[in-house]
Design a binder for this molecule. Structure first.
Ligand SMILES: Cc1ncc(COP(=O)(O)O)c(C=O)c1O
Length: 393
């Protein structure tokens, strides 16, 4: 029903990924480059969201706003309907993006020098939230077994047992691999946090894009006991592509825990919401589920195209993803180092993210963002093939 084949002019919207200035200055590429770096999608936003924003814009009043009950109802309903998670209005706090919220969380619940745990490879802002605030970063590397990531519970426990770790920033589903953690794995994470009194900050931003044959479990459904000792970070920005509205929300059931973050947000004047974000999220959650489901199927097909394509390149191994629109590819048999990898993609006129961006343990990998119209994806893959063949000859 929706046209995901439609190529829209993302340069017209100053999309960061497509900006000619960024392509030139950051990647040394020309205007014809196809960007595959940033984790956003290249489809037109769901019609209901566009209409909601246009309608709100037509009011002609963009001053400070108040969050209507309709917003909380939409959020509560979405969490219940799609994730079978029962949440209450008081638990929800709208914030200005997950990335900045992670900074506030680290500031609120830890002191200088305290430890914060993450699993690596990790989305770099997880580490930035720790080191920018002079906290100590503890990394527990994921285990890559048969081209699939697993949590190293023994290692995580040994780190928590030091008593230094106060907060665990956990990514579920995982970026960059798209790995969905099983109920049992989530339970073990929660139990460790309970045992060592570590606050679990669960970033579920990628959960909106789960492929049909996969089962995603939200953290509190795996282990209800962790509810009192955790923060759920949610955002419409991946599934509905609303990153430019700079809005996300946290859900914190425990009142004492919640008040600590609310104080920190108050100190930083995180008050009135973004004027267009509230109607956009309402329209996303109440009216765009069918759009999202179709988009997920389209992206799943894109991934199949990517898997098939890389079968032609024996030096590359794509890690099968359970969710999201990212292809995480092991290229250590292909490129001797990241300079070589970068040179290859520059020659192909494509952008990508080098594995070392992901804090640690990502070296030898490349991440390609593949949530794009098929035509663009095929063109990008063709460029890879051309350069690959050229180099082989
Ligand atoms: C794991 C993870 N968390 C957070 C974000 C960004 O969230 P937001 O747009 O709400 O700041 C991303 C974006 O790629 C992400 O991958």
């Amino acid at each position: 029903m929706y046209d995901f084949d439609k190529v829209i002019d993302r340069k017209a919207g100053n999309a960061r990924k497509w900006s000619n200035t960024v392509l030139k200055e950051k990647f040394g590429l020309d205007e014809e480059a196809i960007p595959m770096d940033l984790a956003d999608i290249d489809f037109e936003v769901a019609p209901a969201i566009q209409q909601a924003i246009q309608q709100r814009a037509s009011v002609g009043d963009y001053s400070y706003t108040y969050i209507p009950d309709e917003f909380y109802e939409a959020v509560i309903d979405w969490n219940q309907r799609r994730y079978q998670t029962t949440i209450e209005k008081d638990w929800i706090k709208l914030t200005f993006g997950t990335v900045s919220t992670l900074q506030y969380i680290v500031q609120a619940y830890t002191e200088t020098g305290d430890g914060v745990l993450i699993n690596t490879p990790a989305y770099d802002p997880f580490a930035e939230a720790v080191v920018h605030n002079q906290r100590e970063l503890f990394c527990s590397p994921l285990i890559n077994r048969n081209n699939r990531y697993y949590l190293d519970f023994e290692n995580m426990e040994s780190l928590m047992a030091t008593g230094q770790i106060k907060v665990f920033i956990f990514c579920s589903p995982q970026n960059p691999s798209g790995r969905i953690w099983t109920k049992d794995e989530l339970c073990q994470v929660a139990e460790l946090c309970l045992k060592y009194q570590v606050l679990l900050v669960c970033d579920e931003i990628h959960r909106d894009i789960v492929f049909k044959d996969q089962v995603f479990t939200s953290i509190w459904n795996a282990c209800p006991e962790i509810k009192e000792q955790s923060i759920l970070c949610v955002s419409p920005n991946k599934g509905f592509n609303l990153g430019g509205l700079k809005t996300s929300y946290v859900v914190i059931p425990n009142q004492a825990v919640r008040e600590i973050l609310l104080e920190q947000l108050k100190r930083n004047s995180i008050t009135s919401p973004h004027v267009f974000a509230v109607p956009a999220i309402i329209a996303a959650y109440n009216e765009s589920e069918a759009w999202l489901d179709e988009m997920i199927d389209y992206v799943a097909e894109n991934l199949q195209v990517v898997y098939q394509f890389f079968e032609k390149i024996p030096e590359a191994t794509v890690m099968p993803a359970d969710s999201s629109f990212l292809a995480w590819i092991d290229v250590h048999n292909w490129f001797a180092n990241e300079a070589e990898m970068t040179a290859f993609f520059t020659e192909a006129n494509l952008t990508m993210v080098v594995g070392s961006y992901f804090v640690q343990d990502g070296e030898g990998f490349v991440r390609l963002s593949i949530g794009m119209p098929r035509k663009l994806l095929l063109e990008a893959l063709e460029r890879i093939e051309t350069v690959y063949k050229r180099q082989k000859n």
